[in-house]
Design a protein around this ligand. Structure first.
Ligand SMILES: [Zn+2]
Length: 436
């Protein structure tokens, strides 16, 4: 456990203020990118004393990282231990280079995350995700689990029958998986008569997709799992650039912040920080990172945070689910919405086997949408489509264009390139100027 998890707000602030000053001195001394940026803006880092002064510092965008990737490296190349990369689903992949100390920090972060999710040294974790392809989260989970004293089974993604063989054979207590893949496990168990509730699995750490709605209630994905399987679901949220996770405790009231590893802000459209409860762009500053530390990095993820006390006793702030990506905001027939809001409705329909939402720019420079769904075998297409249209209209207050396509075509559309993750939203709109 980290001492800051139960510290007062004043203690957390004091820690972060000192860590911020240390970070700024480190960037000034070692980061070619930030040296140049500070000089261009005539910034004196001595003027920045507390996290409240962060607003006086510039933000860093994904475009900055893409255009000047190696200028972010603060150490000589020989000190790099591992090169990770972003998935590239949102443009050109970015390399994040980690030193040995950064790897130790990454594992410590995941050790604290899994402890927050109730992890014990006698747990056995089955990892249903990739550990290669420069995927940072895979090695983070692996290292964090080993640090906790628990055991790990590296199964990788897919291969449902083998996942069940391992559950039978090695009796894992925790799965780490993408929740939509857990839904596929549930369907397989139902089809083959495997008794999920007689299995050894007690908890599932859900990665990559949200399992809660904006009110922190279980969404359709989560309900589909827990209605069939008596397991506790924990959401965890992270990204390669952050090198830090937000993970839910057993009260499921948002992912706990780790204040010794990260400073976070939520910013409105004009870059002003928002209070708890309001939705803005998550902007992060890494603490304790040696290789490629980031200052006020705009993640593009829209969410809110909570600062009320958590029933688990931790005093740290908690991050709510990501409601959308900033650059994915759609303006359709006068209504603003994120693709996630469409996913939330489609996910409640068991008859929908797969779907993809595509956006294009029309001749009139407005957003055009097309939602392609593949339906499960044997369902009444007209009836399901009528109910789908009505549900989308009720939730989003706009009539959205829907069409039915064969499953293979929808799956192919989800993977237009050689992406690490299938995409449910394909943005074919003409690019807009980046936010400054
Ligand atoms: Zn808690």
């Amino acid at each position: 456990m980290s001492p800051l998890e139960h510290a007062s707000r004043a203690e957390i602030d004091a820690y972060q203020n000192a860590a911020l000053k240390q970070l700024l001195a480190y960037l000034q001394a070692n980061s070619p990118f930030y040296q140049r940026r500070f000089a261009e803006l005539g910034l004196e880092i001595a003027d920045i004393r507390t996290t409240a002064d962060l607003m006086r510092l510039p933000t860093t965008s994904k475009q900055d990282l893409q255009a000047h990737n190696w200028e972010f490296l603060c150490v000589p190349r020989r000190k790099v231990a591992e090169y990770c990369s972003t998935s590239g689903t949102l443009g050109r992949p970015v390399t994040i280079a980690l030193t040995g100390n950064d790897l130790a920090r990454l594992y410590h972060n995941e050790y604290l995350s899994f402890a927050c999710a109730g992890g014990q040294p006698d747990d056995v974790y089955q990892l249903l995700l990739t550990l290669d392809r420069q995927f940072m989260a895979g090695i983070a989970y692996y290292g964090g689990i080993l640090k906790s004293g628990a055991s790990v089974i590296r199964m990788g993604p897919g291969n449902i029958a083998a996942q069940f063989d391992t559950i039978r054979e090695l009796q894992p207590t925790v799965l780490v998986a993408v929740p939509s893949f857990v839904v596929a496990l549930v369907a397989h168990a139902e089809a083959t008569g495997f008794d999920l509730n007689a299995s050894s699995v007690r908890r599932i750490i859900c990665i990559g997709e949200s399992i809660r709605d904006e009110q922190l209630q279980p969404n359709a994905l989560a309900r589909r799992i827990t209605e069939a399987w008596d397991v506790r679901l924990h959401s965890t949220y992270a990204s390669t650039e952050k090198q830090t996770a937000f993970t839910e405790c057993s009260h499921g009231a948002g992912g706990h912040h780790q204040p010794e590893l990260l400073i976070f802000e939520t910013l409105d459209e004009s870059g002003q920080p928002l209070p708890a409860g309001q939705f803005g762009e998550l902007t992060i500053t890494t603490l304790g990172v040696e290789g490629m530390p980031l200052l006020r990095y705009r993640t593009g993820d829209i969410c809110t945070y909570y600062d009320t006390p958590c029933a688990c006793g931790r005093t740290t702030r908690r991050l709510g689910p990501i409601v959308g990506r900033r650059q994915h905001l759609l303006k359709y027939k006068g209504t603003s919405l994120y693709p996630q809001a469409i996913f939330n409705v489609l996910n409640t329909f068991g008859e929908v086997a797969a779907y993809v939402v595509e956006a294009r720019t029309s001749d009139l420079e407005t957003d055009e949408l097309e939602i392609s769904v593949a339906l499960a075998a044997g369902v009444d297409e007209t009836a399901v489509l009528d109910r789908l249209r009505a549900a989308l209209r009720a939730a989003l207050r706009v009539l959205l264009p829907l069409r039915v396509q064969p499953l293979a075509q929808v799956l192919a559309r989800q993977n237009p390139g050689d992406s690490r993750k299938p995409a449910r939203f394909i943005d074919l709109r003409r690019p807009r100027p980046p936010f400054e």
